[in-house]
Design a protein around this ligand. Structure first.
Ligand SMILES: Nc1ncnc2c1ncn2[C@@H]1O[C@H](COP(=O)(O)OP(=O)(O)O)[C@@H](O)[C@H]1O
Ligand SMILES: [Mg+2]
Length: 263
């Protein structure tokens, strides 16, 4: 029986490390991180620093080589049924309609019911796709495909949403619209989210806390003290710009540190 005190965080990452093979480099290196229930945390870092690997650990898709991940009171021992995942590419199935793509996590387990179908249609409506339910992915724009992927991640009403650069391929204006949609959906359901991005403005706009990652480690953590709900005008507020600048400096500092030759 555990004698540990209950943790205040909803997602607790405890000194988690990961190596893809035993002799290989440590891709995630002793990361400690706590996400309180209902908060949105962004993980910001350059390509190759280990963001996707850390997100897969939080999803239970990979098991840490050392350390542990806890969601609520449970230590993760496999893919978490409490988490929804949005991958970098929308990864929709070409031959299924938007509706059937949203229903996919259900239909992989059992035959969807009328209630499941209603829930999927409701989600499509919430992401602005009420009239597109019967379209196939090839008949949707990139932004619409991303909306379907977000709706699909929300179909099981997850407590935790894990997003891996979900809007990176979209144009700037569509990306901003999807950021607003995501904030609205998370606020509506009290969803906790971990959002990976390399876009500093995106991280500041979405997050309660931004963590900068470099070479497998969290090198800087910053609370974002902007009011909620967030609004697009905030992107031009002095506090927003100051946070972006501080994070940029932290990323540049981390990059210099990780390039510095070992003594
Ligand atoms: N399946 C894998 N096998 C071996 N190495 C991997 C694998 N996936 C990623 N890596 C390596 O792990 C490091 C971190 O990758 P990743 O977590 O995808 O970074 P990011 O998402 O920040 O771009 C990179 O050096 C990458 O080459
Ligand atoms: Mg990645």
């Amino acid at each position: 029986m555990s004698t540990e005190q209950p943790k205040s965080g909803f997602v607790t990452i405890e000194r988690a490390s990961y190596r893809y093979d035993a002799a290989g480099p440590t891709v995630v290196d002793a990361i400690d991180w706590t996400i309180p229930r209902g908060e949105i945390h962004c993980l910001l870092g350059r390509s190759g620093c280990g963001k996707t690997t850390l997100l897969k650990l939080a999803a239970g898709l990979l098991m840490p080589s050392e350390g542990a991940i806890r969601i609520g009171d449970e230590a993760l021992a496999g893919p978490s049924p409490r988490a929804g995942f949005v991958f970098q590419a929308p990864t929709l199935l070409d031959w299924l309609s938007a509706l059937d793509n949203v229903l996919l996590p259900v239909s992989l387990k059992r035959r969807p019911t009328i209630a499941d179908k209603d829930a999927a249609l409701d989600l499509l409506e919430r992401v602005g796709l009420a009239d597109f339910a019967m379209r196939r992915p090839a008949e949707l724009s990139g932004g619409q495909q991303s909306r379907v992927a977000v709706a699909r991640a929300l179909i099981g009403n997850p407590d935790l949403l894990l997003l891996d650069e979900p809007f990176a391929a979209l144009d700037a204006l569509t990306r901003e619209e999807l950021q607003d949609d995501l904030l609205r959906l998370c606020a509506l359901n009290g969803t906790t989210a971990l959002f990976v991005t390399h876009d500093i403005g995106e991280a500041v706009y979405l997050a309660d806390t931004v963590a900068v990652m470099a070479a497998g480690r969290v090198t800087h953590v910053r609370r974002i003290e902007l009011a909620r709900p967030r609004h697009r005008d905030m992107r031009y507020a002095p506090g927003f710009i100051a946070a972006c600048r501080a994070l940029r400096d932290a990323m540049d500092g981390a990059a210099t540190a990780s390039r510095r030759p070992a003594a």
